[in-house]
Design a protein around this ligand. Structure first.
Ligand SMILES: C[S@@+](CC[C@H](N)C(=O)[O-])C[C@H]1O[C@@H](n2cnc3c(N)ncnc32)[C@H](O)[C@@H]1O
Length: 329
């Protein structure tokens, strides 16, 4: 695989067109250019203005490292063990191709590389140039003999520069609560992972049973992000094998799901046995106008007398009535 063949144009109207490498960057046939970050081979698809937030500052990676040390010490959790455990949930094997969104300075990369057992591709993206380039500086050379290819981009996780279904798994750790469009962040991961692949997303958020405890209130007082709730209602409606768990003393939610392009299996034409009768389809799509309560009671009694479900009786009575009216026309 060429270094850049998995990237595509993110400009509206370009339908994720293929990109060609040029000395300045990657260019689509409509002329949109995604330049390389100065002095690097890292394509820039989107970036944040300098000082936009704590991740867009000089020394952002060091500041983030300090924050991470505080987190793992506070929750008395071994960082390596946690990252390994979460990455194990991606089901990676030798040769897999995995995407990590909001990768920051790449703290997960050594663990992802190990999970690929000597072959595979890791696409590493973050919108903050300072964070992503710190990751390049820390890991590109260090992991170069691993047999795993690292592909870095400065891009927006809510508008990924990749075609559909090209990854075996996608992973996100610790940034999605602050994405401007969380639904898009999830749907983009779902879009680029192939059916059967796994998506794992984790970020700060107390388990609900801690919300009203002093333990929970102290944490939310310290950092309002602990009040975030897992964005379960934003998962794709085709998601399978969904799991919601918590890590870091139940203060960090982890959502896992298996990607599918197929609708969930549902036969809406299986008849209900019993008094009411009908099917999911007839009950939902076949609703009629109301009748007087007295007439409804008569209909129910008549259905029972004839040994029919209410739906069977109503349908047969209406069909008979329509047949009679056809004949009289
Ligand atoms: C708390 S840091 C986590 C970094 C890394 N995942 C880790 O475990 O150390 C959150 C990261 O999400 C990134 N981020 C925020 N919004 C983003 C977006 N729309 N697209 C890509 N990255 C984003 C930030 O720039 C930051 O590097």
């Amino acid at each position: 695989m060429s270094n850049y063949s998995s990237y595509c144009c993110t400009e509206p109207g370009c339908h994720r067109a293929h990109l060609n490498e040029s000395p300045e960057g990657l260019r689509c046939s409509n002329g949109h250019l995604f330049p390389f970050a100065s002095g690097t081979n890292v394509p820039v698809f989107a970036s944040e203005p300098e000082d936009a937030n704590e991740y867009a500052r000089v020394n952002a990676a060091e500041l983030h490292d300090n924050a991470l040390r505080w987190v793992f010490s506070t929750f008395e959790t071994d960082e390596a063990g946690l990252r390994e455990r979460l990455i194990a949930r991606l089901g990676l094997t030798k040769g897999s191709r995995v995407l990590i969104t909001g990768a920051g300075a790449g703290n997960d990369l050594p663990y992802l590389v190990r999970a690929l057992s000597g072959a595979g591709d890791i696409f590493v993206q973050d919108i903050a140039k300072e964070m992503l380039l710190a990751g390049v500086a820390r890991y590109q050379d260090e992991l170069s003999g691993s047999g795993v290819s690292l592909h870095f981009s400065i891009s927006d996780a809510t508008d990924l520069p990749f075609c559909d279904d090209i990854f075996d798994a996608a992973y996100h750790f610790g940034g999605i609560n602050l994405f401007p469009d969380i639904a898009k962040g999830i749907s983009e991961m779902n879009r680029v992972v192939r059916p059967g692949g796994i998506v794992v997303i984790g970020d700060e958020g107390l388990a609900p049973w801690l919300t009203n405890t002093e333990f929970g209130k102290m944490l939310v007082n310290n950092n309002p992000l602990y009040a975030c709730t897992p964005p379960m209602s934003l998962l794709p409606d085709t998601a399978r094998s969904v799991k919601l768990t918590w890590e870091l003393s139940n203060c960090f939610y982890v959502i896992e799901f298996c990607v599918s392009n197929d609708p969930l299996p549902l036969n809406i034409d299986i008849p209900h046995l019993g008094k009411r009768g009908g099917t999911i389809r007839s009950r939902y799509f076949g609703q009629l106008e109301g009748v007087t309560p007295a007439l409804r009671e008569r209909i129910y009694r008549e259905a029972e007398r004839r040994g029919l479900s209410r739906v069977e009786y109503i349908e047969s009575a209406l069909r008979d009535s329509l047949t009679n009216s056809d004949q009289s026309d």
